[in-house]
Design a protein around this ligand. Sequence first.
Ligand code: SF4
Ligand code: SF4
Ligand code: SF4
Length: 376
Amino acid sequence: MIEVHEMEKTMIEKDDLAEFQWESREEGFAALEHEVIYRELCSGCGLCVAVCPEDVIGFGEYPRLIGKCVNCGYCLMACPRSFLPKAEVEERLLGEAGGELGVVKGVYSVRTKEKGQDGGFVTALLKYMLKKKLVDGAVVSDLDPSKPWKPMPRIARTAVEIETAAGSRYSTSPNLMTLKVAKQKGLKVAVVGTPCHLDGAAKLKAYPVEGAELGDLVRYTVAVFCKSNFIYPMVGEHLAGKEGIDLAKVDKMDIKGKHLIVYEGGKEKKILLKDIHGYERLGCKVCDDFTGRFSDFSVGSVDSEAGYSTVITRTKEADRILKDMKKEGLIEVKAMGVDGLPVAHKLAEQKKSRARKEVAKIRRDALPLPLKYLGE
Ligand code: SF4
Ligand code: SF4
Ligand code: SF4
C-alpha cells in the first residue's frame, strides 16, 4: 500500500493557491474552468466531483457546474491537472524518485485463468484483495447499461461485480468520482484506472484537501498502461455510425500497435488509430505517463506474450501480494526485469516527448500553465 513517507502530510489551505499565481483562484468552479478545463488539460479523472462539498459538479465528458458554487476552491486544489510536482509526490509516496518507468520493485509476465483483458491479472488481483479483506471494494470502470460501450465508474464489491467490469473501454470514465460514495459508506478501496486517475489518487494522499479526507480510503492503486484515450462519440459516431459496427455484438476492444481492434460477434475489425485521432481526449495530449508511476501495480500487455499481463510492482507490499498469489496457485509468473520492457520504454518516451511539445505549444499560445505542471 502506498503511504506518505517521511515528510508530514501537508494540508493545502486556500491561501496556498497564491503560490500558483492564479488570479482567478477566488472564483470557485470558474477557476477550475479557466485553469484546467478550457485550457484542454482535463483528463476526466472525476476527482473534482468527489471533493466538491456542495455536490454541484456534474460530469458528462467534462466536469460542469450543476448548482450553486460556494467558491471554496477545493476542486481546483485537488485537481491533478492544476499542479502536480511529480518528483516530490514520488518521493512522498514511494520514498524515492524513480527512473524512466518510475519506481520499480519487480517486473513480471503473469497469466491467470481469469477472463479479463490480456492475462486477466487485474481481475485476479482485485478478487484476491476482496477475498483476503484487504479492501472492501474496487473502484473500476464498468459499462453504462443505458448506452452501448459507454464506461461508467462504480465500486465493485463482489467477485461477480469485478468479473463483470473486466476489460478495457477506451473512452472517458471518471472513476475517482466514486470516492465520494466510498467516503459516505466508509469503504477502503483499491482504485483501478489509467495513470491520470492515479495522479488524482496520489495527489489526494500527498496533499490532502482540507475537508475532503479521501486519500486514506485508497488502500491500493492499480494503473493500466495508457497511450491515449477517446471521448465517447468515438464509439457512438465512429464505430457505430461510420464503421457500421453493431455495438450490441461487441465482446471486447483492444489497442494493438496502430489499430483499435473491435471484436464483434467472433469477427475482428481493425480501425486505424489515425482515423479516430480527432476523437482523442484533449487532456491526453499533455499526458506524460504511460505506465502510471504513482501506483502499487502497473499492468499492461506490451512486452509480454499474448495471453499474459505485464506487471510492474512499485512497493514491497505489492510485490509480496503478487508472490502470495503465486504461492496460492492463482497466477503463473515469469520474472522479466526492467530491461525486459523495451516497448514500454519506447512508448513512455514517445508520450513524454509529445507532452513536452504540447506544453511548449500552450506556452507559445500564451496560455500560462500552472506553476509546477509536469514537474516544473
Ligand atoms: S468544490 Fe467548491 S469551488 Fe469547486 S464547484 Fe464545488 S463548491 Fe464550487
Ligand atoms: S482533471 Fe479530474 S479533477 Fe481536474 S477538472 Fe478534470 S475531472 Fe476534474
Ligand atoms: S493518456 Fe493520460 S490523460 Fe489520457 S487517459 Fe491515458 S493516462 Fe489519462
